[in-house]
Design a protein around this ligand. Structure first.
Ligand SMILES: [Zn+2]
Ligand SMILES: [Zn+2]
Length: 124
């Protein structure tokens, strides 16, 4: 028997990737804060802040060990995969954004809006 193949402990990054993969729709961005659901209880969320001076999370893993926990990793992935709405500054995935009309009087060419903002500004 080969004793060297001890299963590697999953890293926080791997768990963060899995969390994003399984719960991408549950990760939200509101008022500058990422809301990342618990793995076990999706109705509860951790608040994650991705600041220029480092990230923070409410969970104990981050609070005690000051490491990038799986929530921070999941939020970082969510940030990379989303873009900002020029209307409400919320972050959305590409398929949920629409580009403003080139002759828009309210926004700049190339700006993108989430669907509620696009409807509100008559840009759909
Ligand atoms: Zn956390
Ligand atoms: Zn918007």
């Amino acid at each position: 028997m080969d004793t060297t193949t001890v299963p590697a402990k999953t890293t926080r990054l791997q768990r963060g990737i899995a969390l994003y993969r399984d719960h991408a729709d549950g990760i939200r961005f509101e008022r500058g804060v990422w809301l990342v659901p618990f793995l076990s209880e999706e109705t509860t969320v951790y608040e994650v802040r991705l600041g220029t001076r480092g990230a923070s999370c409410e969970c104990r893993d981050h609070g005690y060990r000051h490491v990038d926990c799986l929530h921070i990793h999941a939020a970082t992935i969510a940030k990379a995969k989303t873009r900002e709405c020029a209307g409400c500054s919320g972050r959305f995935r590409g398929r949920d954004l629409v580009e403003v009309a080139p002759d828009s009087l309210t926004f700049f060419e190339g700006d993108e809006l989430c669907r509620p903002c696009a409807r509100a500004h008559d840009e759909l």
